[in-house]
Write a protein that binds this ligand. Structure first.
Ligand code: FMN
Ligand code: SF4
Ligand code: SF4
Length: 294
């Protein structure tokens, strides 16, 4: 059996899950191609993403799609990625499994969105996983990174169960289980649709980044860690922004810049207050989970 794992992972949590999944699949004699589009210029700066995918992804029997949860939704680049998937013919499998990682606040409706989009692309969604992970960006405005200590055992067990289901099954006989990805109650759907509108949050709510040219030593490190190729260096190595690929507020560049030339701006107090109010609501139960449930 051959598997393809396609993922986007600005702060590496989703990639970590993708790598663990790859290892487990390989231990079960399944060949794996893992493609991480994070920071890939050939993907982000092309207008023909389907062509990129067609050329990059090998023939496979099962497709895994990994994404972070942003503002209760499937990160919008992963929505685009799924919309650009070639039809499931000529070596592209009909069988799909989405997985999402979230920062312990709320996994929102991301897994359900992934399932629906994969179904719309002609695929059979046999399972899905949500994984509670660290919330890296909170380091920019809170004393501690939220939800950073996660139990490895639970994640390994969950991935192991998924791989067991797949490797023991006759793939052709697997049925669509996307209805099980709709695990949230109506209130979360309403909040996701009416309040947490991801692109509006990027425009108006998340703290922005400011670049101080005088402090910049032109090392280029921030460019390397920008997951969407928003940051570039011009001829004299000064940092410029590519407005064809907008900032998604992961804050990798802030954490990477040793000179503190990149800083968050905006109402950081409001950001901290908001995050604290979300944290107060308590953690989602179950935190990490395979659907359909065991
Ligand atoms: C802009 C932004 C929005 C986020 N929104 C949510 C959210 O709504 N709920 C949540 O629990 N975590 C949220 N997170 C945290 C991420 O989902 C979490 O850290 C995820 O594991 C990141 O995956 P990655 O490391 O693969 O990028 C958000 C992070 C960022 C940067
Ligand atoms: S990491 Fe900081 S110092 Fe280096 S190029 Fe980027 S902004 Fe300049
Ligand atoms: S510019 Fe910085 S905060 Fe924005 S997406 Fe790139 S690395 Fe993340």
């Amino acid at each position: 059996m051959k598997a393809a794992i396609l993922e986007f992972s600005p702060s590496n949590n989703t990639n970590r899950v993708g790598e663990l999944l790859k290892t487990k699949l390989e231990q079960n004699n399944i060949t794996v191609q893992l493609v991480n589009i994070t920071g890939n210029k050939d993907y982000f700066l092309t207008n023909n993403k389907q062509d990129f995918l067609q050329k990059t992804i090998n023939k496979h029997d099962i497709l895994f799609i990994g994404s972070p949860v942003y503002a209760h939704h499937l990160q919008y680049h992963v929505k685009d990625l799924i919309k650009n998937l070639p039809r499931p013919v000529n070596g592209w499998s009909k069988i799909a499994v989405p997985f999402v990682t979230y920062g312990g606040i709320n996994s929102g409706i991301a897994l359900d969105e992934a399932g629906k989009l994969l179904q719309k692309s002609g695929r059979i969604v046999v399972a899905g996983i949500k994984v509670s992970s660290s919330h890296h960006m909170t380091k920019a405005f809170m004393k501690e990174e939220y939800n950073k200590d996660q139990l490895e055992d639970k994640l390994l067990f969950t991935i192991g169960e998924l791989v067991k289901r797949i490797s023991l099954a006759d793939l052709a006989s697997l049925k669509d289980n996307s209805k099980y990805l709709k695990y949230q109650d109506l209130m979360i759907y309403l909040k996701a649709d009416l309040i947490f509108r991801e692109k509006i949050w990027h425009k108006k709510m998340y703290p922005k980044i400011a670049i101080n040219d005088n402090q910049c030593i032109k090392c280029g490190k921030c460019v390397k860690v920008c997951p969407v190729c928003h940051l570039e260096q011009n001829k004299d190595k000064s940092i410029i922004r590519n407005m064809n690929s907008e900032c998604i507020h992961c804050f990798n560049c802030i954490f990477e810049c040793s000179q503190k030339a990149i800083t968050p701006v905006g109402n950081l107090e409001r950001a901290e207050k908001f995050m604290k109010s979300m944290i107060k609501k308590g953690k989602e139960v179950p935190d990490t989970c395979l659907y359909p449930k065991l």
